[in-house]
Design a binder for this molecule. Structure first.
Ligand code: SAM
Length: 264
């Protein structure tokens, strides 16, 4: 489905990989995307009717605030996006990261104009990754209006939560299905995710949390030997996925779960 938020690490592409292995009664579980970002997988699950509602959690306040705007008043958000485009046109794609962050913090007057700026900020981030590998970013084909209106309907019954995954302990029961897509091991996470600008992400702490889960989980990671070792008591699958963010056009990743996903 069309992306609402442009996000490095978007996991919509994982739906075909997980599809066969997902419980047929997934809608009977509380489905949690603990590191939401652009909600790549959740949006696919909602659109395909595998779940009717989700719990979306992210440590980044701007991410959850953006989704709140999408859910609660999509028309107002679209209007703010239109206004930004009209005011700045291609300028928005040429401003520096610092300028745009400054606009985000100081110029945006309310939650909706902040969310609109945040969406452009993320689009710009992606453009920078394309430029770094010698591609010309394509800013022309982004139908954010249709994407936002569709996503708003899909999120109608869902819950949004701003916090760390460590605060989700109350949902630890057999009827919760977890999807984790954390910041990757040994990556420059700070340049992609504001939530990672402070401390290094603690991969061992996440392991301890996941080890204690009573429900089912799927975890996505980069192809790291350290992570393979850490999760050696679980099902660990190596997969190759296409990505526009590296010159080769594909990347090797890990999918980890506590039940047989039947990935070949
Ligand atoms: C790889 S991205 C997730 C991308 C997402 N799967 C998608 O489809 O767009 C990782 C996300 O984790 C968030 N994050 C970082 N540390 C976190 C923490 N301790 N708890 C919850 N979210 C966190 C970041 O803000 C970022 O949005």
């Amino acid at each position: 489905m069309e992306r609402v938020l442009t996000y490095i690490g978007h996991k919509g592409k994982m739906f075909p990989v997980f599809k066969e292995g997902l419980p047929k009664n997934l809608h009977e579980y509380t489905f949690i995307e603990a590191f939401s970002g652009s909600l790549g997988l959740s949006m696919e699950l909602l659109e395909k009717g595998c779940v009717y509602k989700i719990l979306a959690n992210d440590l980044d306040k701007s991410v959850i605030s953006f989704w709140e705007c999408v859910k609660n008043n999509p028309k107002r958000l679209v209007e703010c996006m239109h206004n930004l485009v009209a005011m700045h046109s291609t300028y928005l794609y040429r401003v520096s990261d610092k300028e745009l962050r400054n606009m985000l913090e100081h110029t945006a007057k309310d939650k909706y104009s902040k969310a609109a700026l945040f969406a452009f900020y993320k689009k710009l981030n992606e453009g920078r990754v394309h430029k770094a590998i010698g591609r010309i970013p394509d800013y022309g084909r982004w139908n954010y209006e249709r994407a936002i209106l569709t996503a708003s309907k899909l999120l109608k019954d869902s819950k949004l939560k701003n916090g760390s995954y460590t605060d989700l302990g109350e949902y630890n029961n057999a009827k919760t299905f977890w999807y984790f897509d954390p910041p990757y091991k040994d990556y420059d996470n700070a340049s992609y995710y504001d939530a990672c600008r402070g401390e290094e992400f603690d991969h061992n702490k996440l392991y301890d949390f996941i080890k204690g889960l009573k429900g089912k989980f799927i975890l996505s990671y980069n192809n790291s030997q350290y992570i393979k070792e850490l999760y050696k008591d679980f099902f660990v699958y190596s997969i190759r996925v296409r990505t526009p963010y590296v010159k080769e056009g594909y990347i090797d990743e890990l999918v980890i779960s506590n039940y047989n996903l039947n990935i070949r």
